[in-house]
Ligand binder design. Structure first.
Ligand code: SF4
Length: 411
């Protein structure tokens, strides 16, 4: 039976979250890959049982919006039939792993990426001793290559570089070296260490980075019985939209919906496009884009993706704008952020813009060059900060905000 979570909790398929436009359920495609058939199943279920809106999450998840209490059971059954979740709700909740985006396709990525991600996911699903972990806990396997995950946070991070494998904690670059086939056991030991150490902290930490800040990463590795030494992070990718070439021949095409949100019909059309022109898969990335691998002519693909209303290259200014669902989708929102963001994207500005429905800043936890946070009297402007930081101006209307962005371009 599904349990509906209040806003702000971490939703799953079996525990959807109440939002302004209905219930929101989060799906974690196994290996962060949707087959064309699975993508069509999500699209059909979103249109039939939800409001047809599908969001891509920054944890490589797919979120279906606008579900209702009376459609939830049928939606859950459809996702289970499609092989998109485990039948055990507790195991499904623990199975939070971001997999290497291009595993098996990018020749410059570690060949161990997909197997390590699968082993970590299987370990998490099967290890009931990890049930007390906070719901937002998540792991990541980074295989490097042309789409490394260096900019994506995770409580425990496996970093693969060729045959080398290291496991690090969020908030520190100390890492334990191991063979790739032992990575899941190392991740397990570190998560159990968190559970053993967290209760002794004055304010029990909710994430690994909080524990690391309290007692240091070395203490966590020691508790886990692991030796650790400093390790460099894998890089962040140069581009996360449009054609990304592999070293040598070939590449992948990242189709990015504006602000990470697309309609079910567009998702189904992308599944058809991948079957016609690529490998028939949609790889779900933490960059809020879907990757089509084995693709043919990049220009033809760019035209097809643009015809679907998606970003097809880094020149599209919407790629520099983050916006949360806003009103009416979120009950906490003070503005229709995505509609406003679409207009502001055309105003001409340099740098990055974050349009947030409230100070929580869900769409972009990191700082942005310009932040517009909706408040009771209009937008508050924050420069080089986060949605909840002190503003430099308040009470801005949308035209006033657009004018400020335009002026910044010419200043
Ligand atoms: S940031 Fe946006 S989505 Fe998050 S709680 Fe505020 S209004 Fe809602």
């Amino acid at each position: 039976m599904s349990v509906i979570q209040p806003r702000g909790w971490c939703p799953t398929l079996f525990a959807p979250m109440q939002s302004g436009d209905g219930l929101l359920a989060r799906i974690r495609p196994p290996g962060c890959i949707l087959t064309a058939a699975q993508a069509r199943a999500v699209a059909a279920a979103a249109a039939t049982f939800g409001n047809g809106i599908v969001d891509l999450g920054n944890r490589a998840s797919v979120q279906v919006r606008g579900l209702r209490v009376d459609t939830l059971a049928a939606f859950t059954a459809a996702m289970l039939d499609a092989g998109l979740a485990l039948p055990d709700p507790a195991a499904e909740a623990r199975r939070a792993v971001i997999a290497p985006v291009l595993a098996g396709d990018d020749p410059s990525a570690s060949r161990h990426g997909a197997a390590v991600a699968q082993q970590v996911a299987d370990m998490l699903a099967g290890e009931t001793a990890l049930a007390p972990l906070p719901g937002k806990f998540g792991c990541l396997a980074d295989a490097g290559g042309v789409l490394p995950l260096g900019g994506i946070a995770a409580d425990v991070r496996v970093m693969l570089d060729g045959e080398s494998c290291r496991v690090a904690l969020d908030g520190s670059w100390l890492a334990a070296a191991c063979a790739p086939q032992d990575a899941a056991a190392v991740v397990r030991a570190l998560l159990l260490a968190f559970l053993a150490l967290a209760p002794d902290c004055p304010a029990p930490p909710r994430r690994m980075r909080n524990l690391v800040a309290d007692i240091g990463a070395q203490a966590v590795f020691t508790q886990a019985g692991l030796a650790a030494e400093p390790a460099a992070a894998l890089a962040a990718p140069d581009s996360t939209v449009g054609w990304v070439a592999y070293s040598g021949a070939g590449g992948t095409f990242l189709a990015a919906p504006p602000f990470g949100s697309l309609h079910a019909t567009t998702l189904a059309a992308l599944a058809d496009l991948s079957e016609r022109t690529a490998d028939g898969l949609l790889r779900v990335t933490p960059f809020r884009a879907l990757a089509l691998c084995g693709a043919g002519d990049p220009a033809t693909l760019a035209d097809a993706v643009a015809a679907l209303g998606l970003l097809s290259g880094p020149a599209d200014p919407r790629g520099r704008v983050a916006a949360c669902p806003g009103a009416p989708a979120c009950g906490a929102a003070g503005a229709a952020t995505r509609a406003d963001a679409a207009l502001l994207a055309q105003s001409g500005f340099s740098g990055t813009l974050h349009v947030s429905g409230c100070a929580k800043g869900c769409a972009h936890p990191e700082p942005a060059g310009f932040v517009l946070t909706a408040e009771a009297g209009g937008y508050a402007l924050i420069r080089h900060g986060r949605a909840g930081d002190p503003p430099v101006l308040r009470g801005l209307s949308l035209p006033q905000a657009a004018a400020l962005l335009r002026e910044s371009q010419t200043a």
